[in-house]
Design a protein around this ligand. Structure first.
Ligand code: COA
Length: 182
């Protein structure tokens, strides 16, 4: 048990990820200065004026860029991919992510499943997600690979966004559809 604990501590400290499943760094998110220090160490870029709340998961942080005055609320999940050219996920300045927002940049290669276990199959080539400055992503929204959310656009709570959203548009629903200009 002690050996396993030591290995887990080492893993957590070096992992290219943060989240409740990485408890030996996750606790830092409960304290502002420690949160900033951890996020600066893990993400490709991060600012003193941004906040990642406890309960956020981020995988392959080194491929995620977070701008200034960004807030990411609890339960949100950001999945980067080491194979991305440049960043997997770019979050520009003044972006707000509500609770439990999920961002994905790839899919499982479901058509090529040979061993009957999709978890062990390859992933498709990553397609980056970009959240342009000032956009607001409502609670529980899901942003799918390759989507760009334009400046000051709004994504309603619970929406599933499969296509890019232009600047200043409000979209809601599954699949997310335009309802009005902001
Ligand atoms: C998208 C949102 C901002 C729109 O607010 P609004 O401008 O006041 O829009 P309205 O309430 O007038 O709704 C306009 C229409 O869209 C529908 N609608 C609004 N939000 C919706 C949503 N999330 N999903 C599906 N439909 C939605 C309404 O039912 C209404 O339909 P109708 O015209 O057929 O009656 C708001 O509904 C929302 O989802 N907010 C996110 C809240 C949140 O996540 N907070 C977390 C804090 S960060």
């Amino acid at each position: 048990m002690i050996k396993e604990l030591i290995e887990k501590i080492k893993f957590d400290l070096n992992a290219d990820r943060i989240g409740p499943d990485i408890p030996f760094t996750h606790w830092n998110l409960f304290f502002h200065k420690r949160m900033v220090k951890l996020c600066k160490r893990k993400f490709s870029s991060f600012s003193d004026t941004s906040g990642v709340r406890p309960g956020v998961y981020a995988v392959v942080c080194s491929k995620i860029s977070i701008g200034r005055n960004v807030i990411i609320r609890p339960g949100s999940m950001l999945f980067g991919d080491l194979r991305s050219q440049g960043y997997s996920i770019i979050i520009e300045d003044n972006v707000l992510l509500g609770p439990c927002v999920q961002i994905y940049v790839n899919n499982h290669k479901f058509a090529k499943d040979t061993n009957g276990n999709i978890y062990h199959d390859d992933h498709t080539e990553p397609k980056s997600v970009i959240l342009r400055k000032g956009c607001w992503i409502g609670a529980n929204a899901i942003i799918l690979p390759g989507v760009e959310i334009g400046e000051y656009a709004i994504v309603g709570a619970g929406s599933i966004v499969a296509k890019s959203v232009s600047q200043g548009m409000m979209v809601v629903g599954n699949p997310a559809r335009f309802i009005k200009n902001v």
